[in-house]
Design a protein around this ligand. Structure first.
Ligand code: FES
Length: 107
């Protein structure tokens, strides 16, 4: 699971008529992800080309953000030792996020 393109950040964010928060970085599976204050983790990951956040426990198919409003739970990640929907977590400098499979595979 990694970003698909180094140019994805620029291509998925609107530049015109948008006032952004401060630029920052957070970690996803120990990789630095650029973001802007006010974005959700799920939105920042999507803008960076990161689609897979976990795998289905039944058939191990990749899962990613779907509703972006906290309903589907497809975007669950580990944040501060809690499983949280990444679409409901705001980015902040130095925030450490882990995909579910990555954490389970390394512990
Ligand atoms: S994308 Fe549906 S709960 Fe986060």
């Amino acid at each position: 699971m990694s970003p698909q393109s180094p140019h994805a950040l620029a291509s998925l964010r609107r530049d015109a008529a948008v006032r952004r928060g401060a630029a920052l970085h957070f970690l996803m599976n120990d990789q630095q992800i650029p973001a802007f204050a006010g974005e959700s983790v799920a939105a920042a990951l999507l803008a960076s080309g990161w689609r897979e956040l976990r795998h289905s426990p039944r058939n191990e198919e990749p899962r990613g953000a779907f509703c972006f409003m906290g309903s589907c739970q497809e975007c669950l990640v580990w944040v501060d030792n809690r499983k949280l929907p990444s679409c409901q977590v705001a980015v902040r400098e130095g925030l450490a996020v882990e995909s579910l499979d990555w954490r389970e595979a390394h512990r």
